[in-house]
Design a protein around this ligand. Structure first.
Ligand code: NAD
Ligand code: G6P
Ligand code: MN
Length: 454
């Protein structure tokens, strides 16, 4: 049993590997392979991965580190993809170019997300083709690579038979926070209903051991005026403190507004718990106002997660001491490893996945890539039927979905007009003129990565 991690140099790799290795018995995994196009970065991360597998867990799992696609994919059972095409340097440009034009500057939402999508579509198709060529015919690709909404639409359109499931950890992270807020220890007992597009959805119910806790949660959020419980700040803060960093990143900087925004949205629309990403579409003006156009999330991440990881590896190489907090991935690693268990062992466990609608949301198009709960077995997701969604959500989702579809079409056809239509249609963009200005700057910045647009 072989698991290949594409984007082996990611800040999340060591954490994911730990989640896999802790599930060795259920996954029956013999070998983990790391594959990346950045040798220096992956070689560094591999030092830590080796420590996790050999020293920390004495797992007996073999590690292969490679830059050759054939060696990476040959006979693989699972491919876990987590590429960041253009790395943080391009994320920084996505965010700052958008903000320079007064638009939301964000990794996966608005113009930044569209630009990132244009970079990622073809590398992702390459992963699918390489896996098809070399991996086992029964392989599954579990993809975290963002922007997952655009990536999943491109995969559906260009490789409809690909054995790929696109996933996101944000709803899980939100449930972690909800559990901490309501002091629920066994969060595995929480069951929820959710629908949307990726980074664009709503929890419609949340139950703990059969009890509806949405009302309690709403009361908590209204009282605290934020969805960021003290307990959570303290627990994550402790991990960060150990590594000598400045406390919990999620409680400060741009993340603060993410959790504050849940309160602001629920003040007006109290019936559902919004995905935090809806802030960028429903509070686009306010987001721009509190953003620092010279210091965005990309900078925050480079100064914390990335810096801590690579300094931690250097510290280990110099002293032999490991500080696990530098690669802690928590639910992010557990989610993808648990999904692999459901596929491999045909458990039919319920997961939230990004998948073709196929009627699950009756008043959304059949072929929309939606994020809904599904039962996961060896043949992939079996989507669970939803009720028709309200007109407000349907309208928002149709606008976003159409924007994403136009972007994918524009990218594949090399059509400037379609990509401009996508930018113009995005809810974070105030006018056609602004859309064109941002797009033209994005084309210039992405010369190395985007197909030519005519
Ligand atoms: P990172 O920059 O630390 O790591 C990404 C790695 O991908 C780098 O080592 C880079 O060299 C490599 N890479 C780039 N292009 C590649 C290609 N064509 N083939 C193979 N490798 C390639 O980034 P990170 O912050 O650790 O995030 C990794 C990815 O996971 C990003 O796409 C991020 O958006 C995504 N992510 C998604 C979720 C989700 O909810 N879906 C959650 C967290 C992170
Ligand atoms: C959540 C989302 C991911 C996103 C990440 C950004 O986990 O689900 O899709 O990549 O947040 O986090 P960052 O710390 O890199 O801004
Ligand atoms: Mn996500």
């Amino acid at each position: 049993m072989i698991i290949t991690i594409v984007g082996g140099g990611s800040t999340f790799t060591a954490g994911i590997v730990k989640s896999i290795a802790l599930r060795k018995a259920e996954l029956e995994v013999d070998e983990i392979r790391l594959f990346d196009i950045d040798k220096e970065r992956q070689d560094k991360v591999a030092v830590l991965v080796k420590w996790v597998l050999e020293e920390d867990l004495k797992s007996g799992i073999r590690l292969t580190v490679t830059y050759d696609p054939e060696a990476a994919y040959r006979d693989a059972d699972f491919v876990f993809a987590q590429m960041r095409v253009g790395k943080y340097a391009m994320r920084e440009k996505d965010e700052k170019i958008s903000l320079a034009h007064g638009c939301v500057g964000q990794e996966t939402c608005g113009c930044g997300g569209l630009a990132y999508g244009m970079r990622t579509i073809f590398p992702m198709i390459q992963v699918i083709d390489d896996a098809k060529k070399y991996a086992k015919p029964t392989h599954w690709i579990l993809n975290y690579s963002n922007p997952a909404a655009i990536v999943s639409e491109a995969c559906r359109k260009l490789r409809p038979d690909a054995r790929i499931i696109n996933i996101c950890d944000m709803p899980i992270a939100i449930i972690d926070v909800v559990a901490a807020a309501l002091e629920i220890k066994d969060k595995k007992e929480i069951v929820y209903d959710y629908y949307g597009l990726n980074h664009f959805g709503w929890f419609t119910s949340i139950e703990y051991r059969g009890e509806d806790i949405m009302g309690k949660l709403r009361d908590y959020i209204m009282e605290h005026q934020i969805l960021l419980p003290d307990a959570y700040v303290k627990s994550v803060g402790k991990i960060a403190q150990n590594s000598g960093t400045e406390g919990n990143r999620h409680a400060k900087g741009s993340w603060y507004y993410v959790w504050k925004g849940v309160y602001e949205i629920m003040q007006n629309f109290p019936d559902t718990l919004p995905n935090t990403y809806l802030n960028y579409y429903l509070q686009q003006k306010e987001f721009v106002e509190h953003s620092d156009p010279d210091h965005t999330r990309a900078n925050e991440v480079m100064e914390t997660r990335e810096k801590n990881l690579f300094e931690g590896i250097d510290h280990y190489l110099a002293t032999g001491e490991i500080d696990e907090s530098v690669f802690y991935a928590g639910s992010h690693g557990d989610w993808i490893a648990d999904l692999a268990i459901a596929l491999k062992n045909d458990t039919k466990a319920r997961f939230l996945v990004i998948t073709e609608n196929r009627g699950a949301i009756p008043n959304m198009p059949y072929d929309a890539m939606v994020e809904v709960p599904a039962y996961i077995g060896k043949n992939g997701p079996e989507v669970i039927a939803q009720n028709p969604i309200p007109l407000f959500q349907q309208g928002l989702m149709m606008q976003q979905l159409t924007c994403e579809k136009l972007l994918v079409e524009g990218c594949v056809e090399g059509s400037y007009r379609k990509v401009l239509e996508a930018f113009t249609l995005n809810k974070t963009v105030p006018s056609m003129k602004v859309a064109k200005e941002v797009l033209d700057d994005m084309i210039e910045a992405n010369k190395e990565y985007w197909p030519e647009l005519k």
